[in-house]
Design a protein around this ligand. Sequence first.
Ligand SMILES: NC(=O)C1=CN([C@@H]2O[C@H](COP(=O)(O)OP(=O)(O)OC[C@H]3O[C@@H](n4cnc5c(N)ncnc54)[C@H](OP(=O)(O)O)[C@@H]3O)[C@@H](O)[C@H]2O)C=CC1
Ligand SMILES: O=C(O)CCC(=O)C(=O)O
Length: 438
Amino acid sequence: MATPAVATKLLESKYPPVTLFSSSPTYQMACQQLRVVAEAMPDIPADIIERLTIPKRSLVVAVPIRMDDGHVHTFVGFRVQHSLTSGASKGGLRYAPHVDLGEVAALSMWMSWKCGIMNLPFGGAKGGIACDPSLLSVGEKERLTRRFTEEVQTIIGPRTDVMAPDMGTDEQTMAWIYDTYSMKVGYACPEIVTGKPVDLGGCVGRREATGRGVVYCILEALKELDLRPEQSTAVIQGFGNVGSVTSEELVKLGVKIVAVGDRYGAVRDLHGLDIPALVKYAAAHPQKSVVNFPDAEAIDPAELLATPCTILVPAALERVITAENAGKLKCRILAEGANGPTTPDADAILAKTDIYVIPDVLCNAGGVTVSYFEWVQDLQQFMWSEQQVNEKLHELMVASFNKVRKLARDRNLTNRTAALSLGVLKVALEKQKRGLFP
Ligand SMILES: NC(=O)C1=CN([C@@H]2O[C@H](COP(=O)(O)OP(=O)(O)OC[C@H]3O[C@@H](n4cnc5c(N)ncnc54)[C@H](OP(=O)(O)O)[C@@H]3O)[C@@H](O)[C@H]2O)C=CC1
Ligand SMILES: O=C(O)CCC(=O)C(=O)O
């Protein structure tokens, strides 16, 4: 019987990252996590694990658009569908400067596990365009989105691949995709995207869903640790959709948010930041940033993650908690709003501490869950109330949280390995039952 370290090494030679994607550290990280699952769940057939390291379909497209100054600039866009075993593939579209094929492939794998954990009838996908949306005008963003939609049109569809917002995209982006796709097919097809404006068939509560789901998980963790929200503090990295909604929802429960940071800087107030005022301030700021927020102390963003608090919520980028800073975290709960914020090396360090990790694939699954509700409503042309949406979201998040905790306890696994294992097991089982590798 090989020791765990030796077994991981053997698995590494058996399932190396695929060359096409492997220049991306994020894809390498997703493959490393899959190897940990293969080791923890030896009953999953090796040939299925091998298939799961390789996304089913990846499309790279040139996206030329006329810029406002008259010249034509060609961007590069990606759509990766990791698995269609469980249904249409599902996942966000991200606009960010660092987007590449490997990053999108990793994010698509995580979407497969996330949908599996939540028991949603979807496979995983993700898309992205390498661009800095803060440097584009609204007209440029519209032309970019419409051209990208046309370029990926052959592989998307309400029963094949359904996009949603992610970093740098929003409800307006989804409205443009909806309109472009509908013009092509010749009828209004709201079920082609989720996260649309409510006026266009979007679901009430989708914009807030990821942050709400993060908070539902935090409440379960606080309960288990016998801690109370009113006695807790939080630090939030990223103040976009996920970071700002998580902050607002935590404040409603009495949690004090002591520090918040974004790409441009970070602010701290040990008495608790005025979050509703910070939301208004950031919305009015030219770069939508929290920097220079009055009555708060400016701090070095590098200090943010090491700020003492009960709950730390990374809600921005991948790989921000690494072997270098994992030992410096001073939180009791790490609630991963972002996808992939913690590297496997950092995980090994955290596993030796008493930090309670709520892994991304569980913690931020509220977004895709309400996207599922939106898709179902659009297919049936029957809309739910916000109360129905929130109650159902709460029920599904708590059920999945408990499934993950049970597996972690029963098998003596970390929460991350338990969550990933549940997701991978669901996909693997469906593949086995279908008798082939769709
Ligand atoms: N939206 C959703 O429904 C879901 C999102 N997620 C994940 O949550 C994370 C955030 O997504 P979302 O909130 O939608 O994205 P947004 O674009 O709305 O917000 C991203 C935030 O991250 C900040 N940020 C960017 N770069 C850095 C940096 N280098 N250091 C610190 N902060 C930075 C941005 O700041 P700035 O504006 O200044 O660039 C912004 O505040 C991503 O990992 C995404 O994949 C996961 C599940 C669902
Ligand atoms: O709502 C969705 O379909 C996907 C959200 C997403 O991209 C994510 O969970 O990372």
